[in-house]
Design a protein around this ligand. Structure first.
Ligand SMILES: [Cu+2]
Length: 347
């Protein structure tokens, strides 16, 4: 449980590349994406084009993905594309992922309910510093509503400019293309929203519905409808199941951490709304500070430069007391949320 909760904290914090994020893949590739265990991932992908004047209108192509991470690096998911290869195209899938050094491989058996097709993908990616290269082979038992098994190949790249911004591109093609069947492509910018677990992409593509089949060739219906690519965005929302535990268990039990050792508590600091309330407190040597976690997520009190031993993970409704024996200025932060900062001045 502890390992799971630490993984959740990592996802909630500003450590985007440890968690699965949009910065791991190009818009038309599933990559080797598996949500961390105990996390429900909701991705909203929205593409559109605008019809010409005078009757300008926005034609929308949304794809929703709902996936849950279970132990052993497995994700179970469902995709729903309102205007995919077929109307209301629905695909269910499982994905298993394994990391070996810079390589990650994934196997994704899937079933396209709408097209009654057993689909699947084997994906692989390789990361070196800022660069991730992706490749995938796909198979489908009943491609695009026909009684015909087909295969496709896909590739892409992500270049991370820093921890928060990346550029990406990718392509996919059916193997043995039919006349008039064009490859799929996507290109865009990927962002981590700082201080949040959300990632965001702004991109262009010629694919309407992002299922295994839909993302394997240019969407012929899009091609009929417009000469331009679709523009769009994807937004990722990881929901940590643990956060909902108060719905089922009431308020978490109070937990007291640290050793008061008879010291007078001279200052109280609340941890609320992912901030240390009262950023600077001043006490005298030999006195103690008490931190109280009023957030539904875990925090820590971690001193910069190992000036003092820090706290263990402080659960919701947890308290931590620490006595300061030596005068000085002690700056600290929260490990999962490094943007949470505070100062204790000891006179
Ligand atoms: Cu925190």
């Amino acid at each position: 449980m502890k390992r799971v909760s630490l993984a959740l904290l990592a996802l909630a914090g500003a450590a985007p590349l440890h968690a699965q994020s949009l910065l791991d893949r190009s818009p038309n590739m599933g990559g080797t994406w598996v949500p961390d265990a105990g996390v429900v991932q909701f991705n909203f992908l929205h593409r559109f084009y605008v019809t010409p004047r005078p009757n300008s209108g926005v034609i929308n192509y949304p794809t929703f993905t709902l996936a849950v991470g279970v132990p052993a690096h497995v994700g179970l998911g469902m995709r729903y594309a309102t205007k995919g290869t077929a109307a209301n195209e629905t695909e269910i899938y499982a994905r298993w992922r394994r990391q070996i050094g810079p390589w990650a491989i994934s196997a994704t058996p899937a079933y396209n309910i709408t097209l009654r097709s057993a689909d699947g993908e084997v994906g692989m990616d390789w990361t070196s510093g800022a660069l991730t290269l992706l490749g995938a082979v796909r198979g489908m038992s009943h491609a695009f509503g026909e009684d015909r098994a087909r295969a496709a190949a896909a590739g892409g790249a992500v270049v991370r400019l820093n921890s928060y911004v990346a550029i990406t591109g990718g392509f996919a093609s059916m193997l043995g293309t039919d006349p008039g069947e064009d490859p799929a492509w996507s290109a865009g910018l990927l962002f981590v929203i700082p201080g949040s677990p959300h990632t965001f992409s702004l991109h262009a593509s010629n694919v309407g519905g992002n299922t295994i089949q839909g993302s394997s060739r240019a969407d012929p219906f899009v091609k009929l409808a417009t000469t331009k690519p679709l523009y769009g965005f994807e937004f990722t929302i990881p929901l940590h199941l643990k956060r909902f535990s108060p719905w089922f268990h009431g308020s978490p039990k109070p937990v007291a951490l640290g050793a008061p050792a008879g010291a007078a508590i001279a200052a109280e600091v609340a941890m609320a709304a992912v901030k240390f309330a009262g950023e600077t407190v001043t006490i005298s040597a030999g006195q103690a500070v008490r931190w109280t976690n009023r957030d539904p997520v875990e925090h820590t009190v971690t001193f910069d430069g190992a000036a003092e031993p820090g706290s263990p993970v402080i659960p919701p409704n947890g308290r931590y007391v620490h006595r300061f024996d030596k005068p000085g200025t002690y700056t600290y932060h929260c490990t999962p949320h490094p943007f949470m900062k505070g100062v204790v001045v000891v006179k």
